[in-house]
Design a protein around this ligand. Structure first.
Ligand code: MN
Length: 738
């Protein structure tokens, strides 16, 4: 059956107008003519003019997927950028930028060279393809292209047949399944099987055709039984019977190690009804007509499959004890089952004329609407696919490397091996030299240039690298290779931080304190500590933070001892009259200047604790209210307010303090798992009694904890704040007022 090119093209137009009377036939015809001209003189392996192929691909895009005019134009033009002199600009100018992008997108997928790899690699390849298809129509056209190539695979060499079939089985059929396009998936699988296991394929085909008379009779009989019963019940329905497709029979034979005759359900019937409630009515009818097999009923209407598939499935025993499956669904469920994403796409097109954004939006919604554990996993994998937070690139020999989005050649090099990273002197992407901070794109072929005498990573690489893996390997290198340098750098960072905190290196490394300090920072020697700071495994801030309070304590003890010695000296010089120790009385640990025995309470707004600078306010009838000096309610303006003159009074902390004082801390953190766990640990190791914790997360992934605690004294508060600061992710600790 040889059909002329004009006839094939006319058939395409008729198909398009059949589902889309508003199609832009003029432009589609121009696309056909442009492609025809561009491919002039080129022939397919079959000897036919090349233009046969783009027309056939457009026919699939129209007939199977019912896509819009732009997609048809792109299908007709899909090989012109790759195989002829035409450029993206030409197509953009003559048609539209969108059509040019679609053609370019398909060409990019065509350029990818696949080699058979282990499963993980295949999954990465599938993800890469989806990630590269920024517009879903790109992958739909590419799948149609592949389908036509598989249909005409007989003209290729056996090696090519095998290679393309493997690719199809491992990449394109799973993607079609993922996008819910069952019909195309089946055909791709059957065509692949034909070349991958020709003997088994032919056995199945032969067996099916030799029994086809019996099969047909059985299906006819069963179909009319179902149709008549439904009619008598007044249920509107269409009933179709089919033999399962060869690859699904093949898989069952293989998995169950059975011959064709023993395959459980070779036949399937499909009942398509008007609405969901009829689905369940039909189910009742079927179970009344035939004996159901227990455990084979599945309600995918109540629990849709992750790819959006909905149907009722049941397996029953028919006449002659032949089992068969019945699938029951509505027309809409049916279209989505057959055409998947393409059907959704079509429905969406008829609605609002969405931009590219909108196109993603509906895919995302479609996927997020699915429920169930499997669905969640699926959504997760597809989200990665569609809204890439990953980037997929090739090694020169075709392995796929999966890196975080934004990754650079440095990340790539360290993902290959740390030795490659450490010897890197440059990088090539798609055969061009790039800078090391180049952002890798999906599908890039990356080659790392190395040299035996490379001087190793530079510290800047830590800032350029996007993956933790690369960063930690770079740090490893600095740790090992540059110990002397690290020690020197670490020492100066440590010294600078001490200085910033008003300490000196001398205080720290005196022989009394050194062992305590090393224990606090958990390093064996001072050099180890410096080295760790030097290569970035530890920070000078953390080191100083851990020893700060201990140092202060020691210093205070020393000063107290000195003061005592001083006093003794003075005492010995002074007259021997006893000095009356007239310690002022204090209430709750507060000494109010000039007032004894007055009622004292702590302001709720700023909850002062011992050590805080404080000021008192004489309230009317409730004694003296004690504020922190930095409380806005005790601001200098308020203190100068003439109407309140004389009510502000100096107060200070005395000796007979309360056991503890309530106060509130606000801890601002970068949100992460187990944050609260670490905060509780800090509270408990500092013996802090907790009155309450509130937490909230902000939209930009921060968490804010408001912690009400009881504080004994300034030392206690200091320890607690220190501990909290050491928690990774903690950015700021406030003592809120008001
Ligand atoms: Mn093609």
């Amino acid at each position: 059956m040889i059909v002329s090119i004009p006839e094939q093209y006319e058939k395409l137009e008729a198909t398009i107008l059949g589902y889309n009377p508003q199609a832009d036939i003029t432009t589609i015809h121009r696309a056909f003519e442009f492609a025809d001209h561009a491919h002039e003189g080129q022939r397919r392996k079959s000897g036919e003019p090349y233009i046969i192929h783009p027309i056939a691909v457009a026919q699939i895009v129209a007939e199977e997927l019912k896509l819009d005019s732009e997609s048809i134009e792109a299908a007709l033009l899909h090989d012109v950028i790759e195989d002829t002199g035409a450029t993206h600009e030409d197509v953009a100018r003559l048609f539209s930028p969108t059509v040019a992008d679609l053609v370019e997108g398909v060409s990019k997928l065509t350029r990818i060279q696949y080699a058979t790899k282990e499963d993980e690699q295949m999954e990465n390849l599938r993800k890469m393809l989806l990630a590269m298809s920024k517009d879903i129509r790109v992958i739909l056209i590419k799948i149609s292209d592949r389908l036509h190539n598989m249909r005409t695979m007989e003209y290729q060499s056996p090696a090519k047949q095998r290679q393309k079939s493997l690719e199809t089985m491992e990449i394109y059929a799973p993607i079609s399944h993922r996008l819910g396009m069952q019909r195309i998936k089946w055909e791709l699988e059957d065509l692949s099987l034909k070349y991958l296991d020709p003997i088994a394929y032919n056995d199945i085909i032969t067996s099916l055709s030799s029994n086809s008379v019996e099969h047909d009779a059985f299906m006819q009989r069963t179909q009319s039984q179902i149709v008549e019963r439904l009619k008598s019940m007044g249920i509107q329905a269409e009933v179709y019977g089919r033999v399962k497709h060869p690859y699904s029979i093949y898989r069952k034979m293989y998995a169950q190690r059975k011959s064709m005759d023993d395959i459980f359900d070779l036949f399937a019937f499909r009942v398509i009804v008007e609405n969901t409630s009829d689905c369940y009515n039909v189910l009742g009818v079927i179970h009344d007509l035939y004996r159901p097999i227990l455990g084979r009923f599945k309600d995918y209407i109540g629990n849709p499959k992750p790819n959006g598939y909905q149907s009722l499935h049941t397996t029953v025993i028919g006449s002659d004890a032949i089992p068969f499956e019945v699938q029951i669904r509505t027309r809409e469920m049916h279209e989505i089952a057959e055409y998947g994403v393409a059907a959704h796409w079509k429905y969406k097109q008829n609605g609002a004329g969405a931009g590219t954004e909108g196109r993603y939006e509906w895919v995302r919604r479609l996927l997020e609407n699915q429920e169930g554990a499997d669905a969640e996993e699926y959504i997760h994998s597809l989200k990665i696919d569609m809204f890439a937070d990953e980037v997929f690139v090739f090694t020169p020999n075709g392995d796929v490397q999966n890196l975080p989005a934004g990754a650079t050649p440095i990340d790539f090099a360290y993902a290959i091996h740390s030795a490659v990273g450490n010897r890197m002197v440059g990088a090539k992407v798609n055969n061009r030299i790039v800078t090391l901070d180049y952002t890798l794109q999906n599908g890039d072929v990356v080659e790392i240039l190395t040299a035996k005498n490379a001087k190793g990573p530079s510290r800047d690489w830590l800032k350029i690298a996007k993956s933790n893996e690369a960063r930690s390997k770079i740090r490893q290198w600095f740790k090992k290779e540059k110990r002397e340098e690290n020690i020197a750098n670490g020492r100066s960072a440590f010294e600078a931080e001490l200085k910033r905190c008003g300490l000196s290196l001398k205080d720290v490394i005196n022989s009394d304190f050194l062992p305590t300090m090393l224990k606090k920072v958990a390093y064996g020697s001072l050099d180890d500590l410096y080295a760790a700071i030097g290569y970035g495994g530890f920070t000078a801030q953390k080191a100083v933070g851990r020893i700060h309070s201990e140092l202060q304590r020691q210093r205070q003890e020393r000063q107290a001892a000195e003061a005592a010695a001083d006093a003794e000296k003075h005492a010995s010089e002074a007259p021997k009259t006893p000095v009356p120790t007239k310690a002022p009385r204090s209430e709750q640990g507060i000494i109010v200047e000039g007032l004894n025995n007055c009622l004292v309470k702590f302001a709720r707004c700023c909850t002062p604790v011992p050590g805080d600078e404080i000021i008192g306010f004489i309230t009317r009838g409730f004694g003296v209210s004690v504020h922190r000096a930095d409380c806005p309610n005790a601001s200098p303006e308020k203190r100068k307010d003439p109407t309140q003159s004389g009510r502000w009074i100096r107060v200070s902390w005395g000796d007979n303090r309360n056991e503890s004082y309530p106060t509130t801390l606000e801890v601002v953190c970068k949100d992460r798992r187990n944050l609260l766990l670490d905060i509780s640990a800090a509270l408990s190791t500092t013996n802090t009694f907790v009155l309450g914790i509130q937490s909230r997360s902000t939209e930009d992934e921060f968490a804010i904890f408001r912690i009400e605690v009881r504080i004994k004294d300034s030392q206690h508060l200091h320890n607690l704040m220190n501990r909290l600061h050491q928690i990774s992710g903690v950015l700021k600790i406030n003592r809120p007022v008001g």
